[in-house]
Design a protein around this ligand. Sequence first.
Ligand code: NAP
Ligand code: G4F
Length: 323
Amino acid sequence: MKTAIISGVTGQDGSYLAELLLSKGYEVHGIMRRLSSFASGRIDHLVNSNPNFHTYYGDLCDGTSITGIISDIQPDEFYNLGAMSHVKVSFEIPQYTLEANAVGVLIVLEAIRKFSPHTKFYQASSSEMFGVPGVPAPYNENTPMIPQSPYGVAKLAAYHLTRQYREGYGLFATTGILFNHESPRRGGTFVTKKISQAVARIKNGMQDSLVLGNLDAKRDWGWSPEFVEAIYLIMQQEKPGVFVVATGETHTIREFVEEAFSYVGLDSKDYVRIDDKYKRPNEVPLLIGDASSSKKIGWEPKMKFHEIVHAMIDYDMEHLNDK
Ligand code: NAP
Ligand code: G4F
């Protein structure tokens, strides 16, 4: 039985990846933070029912816990999905963002190097590492990376640490540069989920309006359950490297809003307001990916933009009273 550790197992991708690995016969060890309220809603169904799923308290900012878990389990694979993943919030807590998203990666890599060098390591890199306007699109692993947020800077540092441990120490340290990917499990403060939840609530008379920031930015939105399949494939390659995971299609936030409202028969102009508090000091105006590197290893996206919008709204319509 293969063993894997997932950091960030309580998150969107972590929960789908845990399901995928369990379905492939893995023993899965998830690292979760101790919080004062419950954050395990996405994995409760696994905790209670699957004997091959185990959880541990740990924090990427706490070397003792992470090093202890790695040296005890010495897994075949470590998927590093844990991160302070909100770009706007990273402007408000930049130091913590660097600690969790960059120093945290160093802690994991050092623990693997010292106590479990056979462990394959996957780093969750992000298209937010790109960001300069005027660079020819679509973006791939050779595109210049000049991030526009503390989040992007931290992810770029982690990207280079992963490369350096791969090249310097010969570790299987691999990475996927993933463009935005969504699902019903997306956190409620990311724009897609904020829109889909609001549309469901407005349609049912539970909310009057939706307040957003910049509607002109463009994002390449994919489907999280498909993107974790790419992550798994990247880890199964003979050699570690850099792989871009994207749909190759881009849409403005405005298009997402319009598609969402029109799906339930409403006009977005009647409900959407703009407030500068949701805008960022720096914005990445355009993201569109060239996923040739992932296509070469047999991965292709299937869910289309409008299907993603509709699936998220359908879910939120059915779960109106969920917290
Ligand atoms: P998410 O839903 O926000 O999940 C993030 C996970 O990281 C949560 O389980 C969170 O735990 C955990 N975490 C946060 N700080 C931590 C810390 N200090 N120590 C340990 N765990 C910590 O994010 P996601 O969408 O699943 O994304 C997964 C990874 O891919 C992240 O690294 C993200 O930056 C990266 N990424 C995401 C996208 C995307 O579009 N989704 C694109 C590119 C890259 P709590 O539940 O306790 O908060
Ligand atoms: O949904 P977002 O917050 O995602 P963002 O910033 O693109 O980051 C996500 O994707 C990255 C990959 O490219 C990941 F690495 C990262 O972890 C995260 O998953 O914002 C998308 C766009 C931005 O341009 C933002 O300015 O939507 C715009 N936006 C407009 N109004 C808003 C809002 N974003 C949020 N969160 N909330 C708004 O009210």
